[in-house]
Design a binder for this molecule. Structure first.
Ligand code: FAD
Length: 412
């Protein structure tokens, strides 16, 4: 069978490896870390959220972003020092404003299509990842923001996603932990949450038991094309799939492709709910506070994940205390009886394309493929894009590939 190397053992790499293995390929997964899911797929917001499929490429977001740049604790932070990468990425981001509507609908369709694939992978691999099927609740304190959300609801409906508008009282009635001054909200019953790290590690270890080779602790420093093969460091493969998060950009360049991923940093805290009062006062329903741009997920009885912030500051992984503090304060304001004595901070880099749509498909070289650039929705979309790239790779090696054996829906 053709031997395919998957570059990266985050959520996109591991789900890609799963789909390639399902189709009968010999698969080797590389990662520079000693364990899977140690970078962006480590401690994200946890939301499997078709309801968050709206892309950010609108004039309204740009204007809000400019205003936020002047506020110390705003959800967006841009290092004003210019770099060619940042400037060119932002120019392409603005160029994508006309595609807002199309890309939002496309992204929501992908998110819906991803659900059965993710479930099937978890079932097949027998992975417990603190999945909660309790829906996602978008909450609003301002009527203006609620008005915009109504328009988004229309776009999501075009993609086949139903979400229900709620009054402020109905928002508070959704979960006993919610007491804030909300003017309304939107409830997406079909959305879910789960621990991306547990899922990715569980599936990776299962794949290893099925014969997939995990080359962990192996930094890729050299990628070369030659004849019908691609060389990863010193080993030759029949094909490669680049799933390397923010590193996909330099890898693409080395392979003669342009994949303009910018690292958009985000932060999370995991509030460890060590006592019964905290466990009772933390929400089970997953929240998206649209004005603060903060999401929450309950990861089992004793963990509440809270995530947010978009920081444009290059490939910088520092966990800044002044960006963590607003997340802790938000928790204390929203859920005053939840103890914040034991909080684990984290920062990760969203691999973001200027269109906010992942790069899934072939590169210039016939043996090079990409499944990367999932930005703020990698957990949500990965089930669908892994199937898509599995399909493309199988098409390229058609004479020997096995028929697809899983998945029930494919995005239009
Ligand atoms: C704060 C925050 C909150 C988020 N919340 C959500 C959410 O609620 N829902 C959602 O859907 N998405 C969310 N996301 C986005 C999601 O987490 C990402 O899109 C996803 O994890 C990206 O996965 P990946 O596989 O592309 O990248 P990664 O997980 O970073 O994987 C890439 C892998 O490539 C490896 N690698 C890189 N370079 C090399 C090299 N030279 N040699 C070998 N290996 C290499 C890395 O070690 C890494 O393991 C959030 C992101 C952040 C930062």
């Amino acid at each position: 069978m053709p031997h395919i190397a998957v570059l990266g053992a985050g959520i996109t790499g591991v789900t890609t490896a799963f789909h390639l293995h399902q189709r009968g390929f010999d698969v080797t997964v590389y990662d520079r870390q000693r364990y899977p899911a140690m970078e962006t797929s480590f401690a994200n917001g946890g939301q499997l959220s078709a309801s968050n499929a709206e892309v950010w490429t609108t004039l309204g977001t740009v204007l809000k972003g400019l205003k936020w740049m002047l506020q110390a604790e705003a959800p967006l932070l841009v290092n004003p020092r210019p770099s060619w990468h940042k400037v060119s990425w932002m120019a392409q981001f603005l160029g994508n404003i006309p595609n807002y509507r199309r890309n939002t609908i496309k992204s929501a369709r992908l998110a819906i299509a991803a659900r059965p694939f993710l479930s099937e992978m978890a079932d097949r691999a027998g992975v417990d990842f603190d999945l909660e099927k309790r829906g996602i609740l978008h909450v609003y304190r301002e009527v203006g923001a609620l008005h915009h959300a109504r328009k988004v609801t229309g776009l999501l409906a075009e993609a086949g996603l139903h979400r229900q508008e709620l009054t402020g009282d109905e928002v508070r009635a959704r979960d006993a932990a919610l007491t804030g001054p909300f003017v309304g909200g939107f409830w997406t019953e079909s959305d879910m949450t789960g621990d991306i790290h547990k899922f990715t590690v569980g599936v990776a270890r299962w794949l290893e038991r099925q014969g997939v080779v995990l080359r962990l602790g192996h930094e890729i420093t050299d990628l070369r094309r030659g004849g019908d093969q691609v060389h990863v460091n010193d080993q030759a493969f029949d094909g490669i799939v680049v799933c390397a998060g923010v590193a996909s950009r330099w890898m693409a360049r080395a392979l003669g492709d342009h994949v303009n991923i910018y690292p958009v940093k985000g932060y999370s805290i995991t509030v460890n709910l060590n006592d019964q009062t905290s466990q009772g006062a933390a929400p089970w329903v997953s929240l998206l506070d649209d004005e603060a741009k903060i999401v929450t997920s309950r990861l089992g009885p004793d963990r509440l994940r809270i995530a947010g912030t978009a920081e444009f500051n290059g490939e910088n992984r520092d966990i800044r205390a002044d960006r963590i503090a607003p997340l802790v304060r938000w928790s204390e304001t929203m859920f005053p009886d939840v103890s914040t004595q034991d909080v684990t901070p984290w920062a990760g880099l969203r691999p973001m394309m200027p269109s906010m749509m992942p790069k899934v498909g072939r590169g210039r070289h016939p043996q090079v493929f990409y499944n990367t650039g999932h930005g703020h929705l990698g957990w949500t979309l990965s089930g669908a894009t892994a199937d898509m790239i599995g399909h493309v790779v199988a098409g390229a090696y058609r004479p020997t590939a096995q028929p697809v054996t899983m998945g029930t829906s494919r995005p239009a």
